[in-house]
Design a protein around this ligand. Structure first.
Ligand SMILES: Cc1ncc(COP(=O)(O)O)c(C=O)c1O
Length: 396
């Protein structure tokens, strides 16, 4: 048996494609707005992470175009060597100031930021405490650390008792890093970051939060989970992505200047990968400017989300409560999830189908998410279409 033989034997995706209900890798043929052209027809987008709808904002597009004209299309190198342009430094200054931290460091994606911050910070004889439901980028950082014999402890999802029990078993004087998502991307739930910050203090642990789905959505001015709870001074590091609210591609971490400087010189994900392109970083700067100039946008996306959450709840769907831009609609098995996904798509609504193991068994769902730029007619159409199909399928 050769390594690649398992690929030839893998046919689950073909089975679903043959049933005509395969929901993944569908092609979008224009911009990621509230309505998109997909495979030749218009659909209302209810599955994007473009939370503030800024990927099509004129100021953001203009910034990307101007950056290409001035700097070309790529920096062709790592930040460490020839890949730093003044725009990277400008964004680092602006995002650190916005979030009230001393310093920031950009990575080429949010995934690289997660992996590239966690692993280099923790050494032998030190410990990572990681929520079981953390994003794959933190898990990748944990795995890298574990391969270097660093102790990685996974605690039950957002379970403060379990976290405290595990913290209390570790020697107080040994270094510990508590790593958590701020908003968990599948269920859209907000972590108890105030409790984590308090446990961090009590047990001499540093705290890092991945705010990919919180930035621009919760907290005053959209500053994310730590600001939402008012614990920004007790959370040491915040990791984030440009690929959601900031309408681009890239990632960053903010924290104390000394920590950021350490990461600059110790993080392989930063040192051995080319820097974000000029257009990417310019558009993220412009998106941040739009957010700062329009502090009502986070409340707008939350209100849009709440409209749909309530509408689906009133229709009889099992939805998960929350305060972010994500509304999970629990369907409960793979086949039914694919079936209603396809029917929604045929009716002109695009959502994301999440099946096991991405969800716990029985929690297979349609993960829906909203933008500040959705108009009432889009939201009403989403609710009405769900209701019609839910009835047809006997789901409600
Ligand atoms: C919680 C979380 N962290 C990190 C990332 C990775 O971000 P990026 O798309 O910039 O790689 C994502 C994206 O899905 C995410 O949901």
């Amino acid at each position: 048996m050769q390594i690649l033989d398992k690929c030839k034997a893998y046919n689950r995706s073909e089975e679903v494609k043959n049933q005509g209900v395969y929901p993944y890798f569908r092609e979008i043929q224009d911009s990621e707005g509230p309505v998109v052209t997909m495979e030749g027809k218009k659909v209302v987008m209810a599955g994007s992470n473009n939370y503030l709808g800024l990927t099509t904002h004129p100021h953001v597009k203009e910034a990307a175009i101007k950056a290409i004209e001035k700097y070309g299309t790529s920096c062709s190198g790592s930040r460490f060597l020839t890949g730093t342009i003044d725009l990277h430094v400008e964004m680092e200054d602006k995002i650190a100031k916005f979030l009230g931290k001393e310093s920031a460091l950009l990575f080429s994606t949010g995934f690289q930021a997660g992996q590239g911050v966690i692993a280099p910070l923790v050494g032998r004889g030190e410990h990572i405490l990681s929520d079981r439901d953390n994003h794959a980028s933190i898990v990748a950082g944990n795995m890298l650390a574990a391969s270097l014999n660093i102790n990685v402890v996974r605690y039950r999802h957002n379970d403060m008792e379990d976290l405290e029990k595990r913290l209390s078993k570790l020697p107080l004087e040994e270094g510990k890093l508590i790593a958590t998502d701020g908003v968990f991307s599948t269920f859209g739930s907000v972590v108890s970051l105030d409790d984590i910050a308090a446990l961090g203090k009590k047990y001499n642990a540093n705290v890092v939060v991945d705010d990919a789905h919180a930035f621009g959505v919760i907290g005053p001015g959209g500053k994310g989970t730590a600001h939402h709870f008012g614990v920004e001074d007790d959370v040491d590091l915040m990791i984030c992505t440009f690929s959601k609210t900031l309408a681009s591609i890239g990632g960053f971490v903010v924290g104390d200047e000394k920590v950021i400087n350490y990461l600059k010189h110790k993080s392989p994900a930063l040192i051995f990968s080319a820097s974000p392109t000029p257009a990417s970083v310019a558009s993220s700067i412009a998106a941040l400017e739009v957010l700062k100039a329009n502090p009502e946008l986070p409340a707008k996306v939350r209100a849009n989300t709440e409209f749909v959450r309530q509408g689906l709840k009133d229709s009889g769907f099992q939805v998960v409560d929350g305060e972010t831009a994500i509304v999970p609609v629990i369907i409960g098995d793979d086949d039914k999830t694919f079936k209603i996904w396809k029917m929604l798509y045929d009716e002109g609504v695009f959502v994301n189908a999440f099946i096991s193991p991405a969800t716990p068994p029985g929690m297979q769902m349609l993960r829906t998410s909203y933008m500040a730029t959705h108009e009432p007619e889009h939201l009403e159409y989403i609710v009405a279409t769900f209701k019609k199909l839910g009835k047809n399928l006997g789901l409600i």
